[in-house]
Ligand binder design. Structure first.
Ligand SMILES: *[C@@H]1O[C@H](CO)[C@@H](O)[C@H](O)[C@H]1NC(C)=O
Ligand SMILES: *[C@@H]1O[C@H](CO)[C@@H](O)[C@H](O)[C@H]1NC(C)=O
Length: 242
């Protein structure tokens, strides 16, 4: 009798232990669950979430964990895109070498202030540059399309004023094929489609402006290889990364 009682209790204790370990390990695998922003994100409208199920390769919440971040000689690796489309409504007429004046560019506002910029974010260790570029563009700007890896624009070194750390930013053009009504950072960012000269004027970061210039020069068929730039930071300090 006693033996039977033990036999029935112990397996359930064992199962409980396994379940506990499983939950513990899962939470280690997803440390973002325990960050403040997770609870903010949870409040997001659920219908938004279901709309986004079609975008299977993307998560509806922006990645915020810092533990997967890539570094190169202490420089935080970031990747950004210049999202563009043809001005004409018929996007199929948009060809690879469309002149720059026939294109429109998408800028987004910063989360913390009204400054406009191209989407960019951390390149993480479990993804390629291309994957990081399209993920960040989806999360921040709510557009999807083709990252033109063969049109790599260059790498810029700079010091982030807000984080006070050195960064290396890799930039690509991204041909937008779809603009979504809902996206993870919709409530914290504004989107703005503008022409080339406006984009140059409005874009806050000098290094992103330079990337736009490289894109323009590529389109005008001047042959230029990828660039490695060492730029002034926003504060005007010279930065060297390697
Ligand atoms: C969620 O969004 C849908 C449409 O996007 C809207 O009809 C609904 O009222 C929203 N619900 C809440 C709780 O905001
Ligand atoms: C770009 O847009 C601005 C404002 O809409 C306009 O004044 C300017 O002429 C445009 N430039 C080109 C090249 O289309």
């Amino acid at each position: 009798m006693i033996y039977k009682l033990y036999a029935s209790i112990f397996p359930s204790l064992y199962n409980g232990l396994i379940a506990f370990l499983y939950i513990l390990l899962s939470s280690l695998e997803y440390p973002f669950l325990f960050q403040k922003s997770f609870f903010v994100r949870r409040r997001k409208n659920l219908s938004l979430f279901f709309n986004m199920q079609i975008k299977k390769s993307f998560s509806m919440s922006s990645r915020t964990g810092r533990d997967l971040q890539r570094y190169n000689h202490g420089c935080r690796q970031v990747v950004g895109c210049i999202p563009y489309r043809c001005k004409k409504t018929d996007q199929s007429s948009c060809v690879q070498r469309t002149p720059i004046d026939d294109l429109e560019f998408l800028l987004i506002s910063s989360q913390k202030n009204p400054r406009m910029m191209f989407p960019k974010g951390g390149w993480e260790i479990d993804e390629s540059l291309e994957e990081a570029a399209s993920r960040e563009t989806f999360e921040e700007a709510g557009v999807v399309g083709e990252v033109e890896v063969q049109e790599y624009l260059g790498t810029w070194s700079f010091k982030s004023k807000s984080q006070g750390t050195f960064h290396e930013g890799h930039m690509f053009p991204l041909r937008v094929t779809e603009e979504l009504d809902d996206w993870p950072e919709k409530t914290v960012r504004r989107r703005l489609w503008v022409n080339f000269s406006e984009a140059r004027e409005v874009c806050w970061h000098p290094w992103m402006k330079e990337a736009l210039d490289v894109f323009a020069s590529k389109l005008s068929k001047r042959k230029e290889g990828p660039h490695i730039f060492h730029l002034l930071s926003d504060e005007g300090t010279v930065v060297c990364c390697s």
